[in-house]
Design a protein around this ligand. Sequence first.
Ligand SMILES: [Zn+2]
Length: 242
Amino acid sequence: MSAPTVRSVDRVAPGVHFIEGPASNWVVLVGDSEVALIDAGYPGDLPLVEQSLREAAPGLPLTAIAVTHGHSDHIGSIRALLGTYPDARVYTGEAELPNVRRDEIHQVTVRDIVPHLAKPRFVRWIVHALRAGGLGDVAVRSVEAAPTELALAGHAVRAVPSIGHTPGHTLYELVDARAVATGDALVTGHAVSRRVGPQSLHPMFHSDVRAASQLAAELAGRYADWTLLPGHGALRRRGTSS
Ligand SMILES: [Zn+2]
C-alpha cells in the first residue's frame, strides 16, 4: 500500500496555505520569522504536516498551533511536532481544553459506527482512521485557552466558539484574508458523505447533534462571502457558489 498523500495545497492569501489532507485538513500560516498551524491531522499525517511546513516556510520555526477541537484527526500530530518545536504554544477554546487534554473524550465510538458497517463508505473511512492512528493517545497536556483575538505567525485571528460538534469547538477567522477555518462545525465534504459543498458532518460525529446541525446552517449563511477552510472537504473560495 502506498503512503497517503495530501489531496491539494492552496495558497488562499499571502501567507495562508490550506492543505486538504488524506482525510482531514490543516492550515499553515506563514509570518516573517515564524510559522503557525490551525489543526494538525491524524497522528499518521505527521510527515505530511511537516512537509507542508517545510514547503510553505523553509527553515522557519513553528511557534503556535490553534486547535478547532480535540479529535484525533485534528490534533494527531501535535505531540510529535512539540518534540521538534517544544516552545510552540497550543491553543483551543476554553471549553475544549478537557477534550484536547483527554481528561474527557467526546469522540465517535465503535458503538456509534456499528449500525453503518454495511456501507462501504463508512468501512473505508474506518479503515483509514485506524491506519492513520485514530485510536492512538493524542492528548496534548500543554494546551491553553485561546484569547478571542490572537496573532498566529503575525496573522490577526479571531477565535469564535462554535459549539455542537464538541462542547468547546472553536473556529478561527483569518480577518485579513476573509477566510475562516471552520473545523468540523461546517465542512464541505467527508469520506462518509455523498454530498459536496457546505454541510454538517454525519450526526454520529457530533456530541450535540441538534446544536451542531443548527450551527452549520447558521455558519453557512454567516460566512457565505468568506473563503471556507473546512476541517473536511475541499477549500471553497469566496465568491464561488455550491
Ligand atoms: Zn474531523
